[in-house]
Ligand binder design. Structure first.
Ligand code: MN
Length: 231
């Protein structure tokens, strides 16, 4: 058997302190998982069940990359997030066993065409054109659990052109990482290589070509990207 086209390369992310890479399968994202961010998006941060959307695995962008300003938007937003890298998987993972399925953690940006997301939401169409597009998932190196332990607290921040825009703590997550994994696997079977972007703290806002974004989470590698002119 041979393929009728060249097989696309497997998207992957460097693993801290090694020459190895983490092969990426799918990217699941949690919506509105910090109360202050839910409020700034116009919602009551009641503890309703978490909800999810996805990005394609090949939306990943490496640390240090330049991202062309994307088409179909005039309001291109950053969302700094804790990223969970899955090495196990399955359906109906119990909260008490969820941590066993985690390979490591990273800092990521859920880049968003906010105007398109809000317009699609308003007219009752899927969000995906606002969230799942080329270069929409910059992710820094993955720190294995063996190096950083499990991340349930710690400062998370994002600077744009050297000015602090987002400033929170992982302990402000409405749904913790084990709770997110338990909820997500009620709907789909997680698999090795999946990533989960866990939601963003308050302070989201727009960027334009020429801006430099630099973020981090205590104990993990950082992430810096630049926005450049559209293709
Ligand atoms: Mn997000």
């Amino acid at each position: 058997m041979s393929y009728v086209l060249n097989v696309a390369p497997v998207p992957s992310i460097p693993v801290k302190g090694t020459d190895d890479r983490f092969p990426v399968r799918r990217i699941f994202c949690v919506g509105r998982n910090y109360a202050e961010h839910a409020r700034e998006m116009g919602f009551d941060p009641d503890r309703e069940p978490p909800f999810f959307f996805t990005k394609p695995g090949d939306a990943i962008v490496m640390d240090g990359a330049e991202i062309p300003y994307p088409p179909m938007t005039g309001n291109f937003h950053y969302e700094i997030e804790l990223v969970v890298a899955i090495s196990g998987g399955g359906l109906n993972i119990k909260e008490s066993e969820a941590l066993e399925h985690i390979y490591g953690y990273a800092v990521g940006l859920d880049m968003t065409r906010r105007d398109l997301q809000l317009f699609m939401r308003k007219i009752g169409r899927p969000w995906c054109w606002g969230k799942a597009f080329d270069n929409s998932a910059p992710i820094g190196e993955i720190t294995p659990v063996a190096q950083c332990g499990h991340v349930d607290h710690g400062h998370i921040w994002l600077d744009v052109n050297g000015e602090r825009q987002q400033d929170g703590d992982i302990n402000q997550l409405i749904w913790s990482v084990p709770e997110v994994i338990a909820h997500l696997t009620q709907s789909i079977a997680l698999a090795p290589g999946d990533l989960i972007m866990t939601g963003t703290p308050a302070g989201v806002g727009p960027v334009v070509a020429g801006d430099r974004l630099s973020g981090g989470i205590d104990g993990l590698g950082g992430l810096s990207i630049s926005i450049v002119d559209p293709l």
